[in-house]
Design a protein around this ligand. Sequence first.
Ligand code: SAH
Ligand code: DHB
Ligand code: MG
Length: 231
Amino acid sequence: MNADEPAGLIDPDPAWKVVDSYIAGHLLGEDAVLAATLAANATAGLPDIDVSPAQGQMLHLYARMTGARQILEIGTLGGYSTICLARALPADGKLVTLELEPQHAEVARANIAAAGVEAKVEVRIGAAVDTLTAMIAAGEGPFDLIFIDADKPSNTAYLHASLALSRPGTTIIVDNVVREGGVLDAESDDPRIIGTRALFAAVAAEPRLTATAVQTVGAKKWDGFLLAVVQ
Ligand code: SAH
Ligand code: DHB
Ligand code: MG
């Protein structure tokens, strides 16, 4: 299977990957820094759940399109999405990224330094709900763009904390809101599905948010991003 095969001859799942390679081959170019980040993550045994290259570039472009100067990320892993977003910041811009696992944070800090964006990025270790509570109490923010991509059961808590750290016009992006259609399962006992459905309900109930969700297929299978802007 390769990127030149006619799409009609490829089954949906494999085709999504091939089309992602086609997109990356044409639009993203070689990126030694991001390749090294993924290699370092694999060596350290981190799970392979970073955003895809095309999605990372989408996050980068959102940050550019919104002119973001202050970015908050919830869920760092090895810093792949962090680097994509930090590269969009102006020289005096800042990104704060929150991570529960000290080992993930350590790998991320090394990747962020290797990417040359460490002056703009602060990795904070701890349960994000606690870190966010402290940030709100300290009067931090407002952030221009917030990317939520940590434990899915906490997504409603992350949404509400994000609102407290926002200004009118802040962009909020949430990863993994479709989960191969699992979001439709109202009877699910999977806390990640329950958390995702609670997030949709919370966004729908929040008059300050104008929102949509966009389904995606690709190297990371069938999933989606929720996008919202604060009134
Ligand atoms: N944004 C990353 C992927 C994040 S994966 C990227 O695209 O490159 C989700 C991360 O959230 C994992 O590293 C996991 O350890 C972290 N996480 C899980 N529960 C958390 C919590 N309660 N607080 C903060 N981070 C958490
Ligand atoms: C999972 C988490 C993610 O952020 C992701 O992009 C994919 C999978 C997970 O917890 O399974
Ligand atoms: Mg994710």
